[in-house]
Design a protein around this ligand. Structure first.
Ligand SMILES: NC(=O)c1ccc[n+]([C@@H]2O[C@H](COP(=O)([O-])OP(=O)(O)OC[C@H]3O[C@@H](n4cnc5c(N)ncnc54)[C@H](O)[C@@H]3O)[C@@H](O)[C@H]2O)c1
Ligand SMILES: [Zn+2]
Ligand SMILES: [Zn+2]
Length: 380
């Protein structure tokens, strides 16, 4: 089959690789109908992870069951499904307590819990930017979708970024009437804005430096805040009579940078602490790494991010972070899509065949104007 493989920094290629096959009775093979490129893939693309050459990329996958192992009870060939990016066993302590993103069984990497498809340090699972994908523990992991092709562009956001964005607002404790600040107007930040409204926010700020992304945030009803126009924490404080937002979501990650491109991994965390009121909650869903050999300073190389913890203590804020347990949210978010209350497809900028993936990676990586979210159709 054809698949997108990592070939080195700034280099992905569409290659022929062996078809996946049933390896365990609980596996299914899905024929991928839609698979997305994620901001998380760009950390690998830029050579900022230890992902091995030849890895098939892609953790945002949906499709139709092609083959089901003999122990699979709930899914049959032809069923339409969304595949959470987490590979979870369903029976370990963390899985049974709702934390599928910290499954203790599916990731053999020393010291790391939680498996994922097509990702550095997340286990041996091939990704779904390919014609077919093997899904372990299928009964536990798969989410059933209505048959047909309706809502394909919305449902494809259920494998990762819609639940992840919603998780950010959950960690931040967004409640009816809240003023919320979201850092990052990438796909995850934009869907955090959407999620904040779903949870009843009264006002939402969205912070970034890219005008095209901030105008999408505005279409989602957010007040855009450009870091090019000055300190965003000051701007949020000024707009809230000095009080700050009630809570905040960070959807940027360890490659946070100045408008000049200079990386400063603590930059957004500092702004977040300053722009949220005392005792407010912070949902930090941008990715941070325990080792980052490509970082600018020795402490950042060791994953030590020197943000203003003193001010966080003084303000009595609480923070939550980590990989999203997709299964906790994807079913209800699916139903909000079907009910017409949620439209995560509004961020899709490009729909392309798999063969266009190398060019799409390069353009999305440069955040070229208009490249917000690329979805790929392997069968096209
Ligand atoms: N926790 C999880 O489970 C999970 C899941 C998916 C993605 N993520 C992470 O979420 C983050 C965002 O993902 P995405 O797909 O939206 O990526 P993205 O790279 O497209 O978006 C990040 C945005 O942050 C902006 N940004 C950079 N520096 C900034 C600064 N100083 N201030 C304000 N904005 C700044 C960029 O301009 C960009 O628009 C990534 O780190 C990704 O790895 C986490
Ligand atoms: Zn993703
Ligand atoms: Zn588990």
């Amino acid at each position: 089959m054809k698949a997108v493989v990592y070939s080195g920094a700034y280099d992905v290629a569409v290659q022929e690789v062996p078809d996946p096959r049933i390896e365990d009775p609980q596996d299914v093979i899905i024929k991928v109908t839609t698979t997305n490129i994620c901001g998380s893939d760009l950390h690998m693309y830029e050579g900022r992870t230890n992902v091995e050459q030849g890895k098939v990329l892609g953790h945002e996958n949906m499709g139709v069951v092609a083959e089901a192992g003999p122990a699979v009870k709930d899914f049959r060939p032809g069923d339409r499904v969304s595949v959470p990016f987490n590979v979870a066993c369903g029976t370990c302590f963390n899985c049974t307590h709702g934390w599928t993103s910290f499954c203790t069984r599916t990731n053999p990497t020393e010291g790391v819990d939680g498996g994922a498809y097509g990702y550095a340090s997340m286990g041996p699972y091939a990704g779904g930017q390919a014609e077919y994908l093997r899904v372990p523990f299928a009964d536990f992991n798969l989410l059933a979708l209505p048959q047909g092709t309706e809502y394909e562009r919305d449902f494809t956001m259920l494998s990762d970024i819609f639940p992840t964005a919603y998780f950010g607002t959950d960690l931040a404790g967004v409640s009816p009437g809240d003023t919320v600040v979201v850092y990052g107007a990438g796909p995850v930040g934009l869907l955090a804005v959407h999620s904040a409204w779903l949870r009843g926010a009264a006002r939402v700020f969205c912070v970034d430096m890219h005008g095209d992304r901030l105008s999408i945030a505005e279409k989602f009803g957010a007040t855009p805040v450009s870091i090019a126009a000055g300190d965003p924490a000051e701007q949020v404080l000024d707009s809230t009579r000095g009080a700050g937002a009630d809570c905040g979501v960070e959807a940027v990650g360890y490659q946070a940078h100045e408008p000049s491109g200079q990386e400063r991994p603590e930059l957004v965390l500092d702004w977040l602490v300053r722009s949220v009121r005392p005792t407010g909650r912070l949902g930090i869903i941008g990715v941070y790494m325990p080792q980052d050999p490509g970082a600018a300073t020795q402490s950042a190389k060791d994953g030590r991010i020197g943000f203003d913890f003193g001010r966080l203590f003084q303000k009595g804020q609480a923070l939550g972070t980590g990989q999203c347990p997709v299964k906790r949210y994807n079913e209800k978010l699916r139903d909000l899509i079907i009910a017409g209350r949620a439209t995560p497809s509004a961020i899709v900028s490009h729909e392309l065949p798999l063969t266009e993936a190398p060019a799409a990676y390069a353009k999305f990586d440069k955040r070229i104007d208009g490249y917000t979210k690329v979805i790929l159709h392997p069968a096209a």
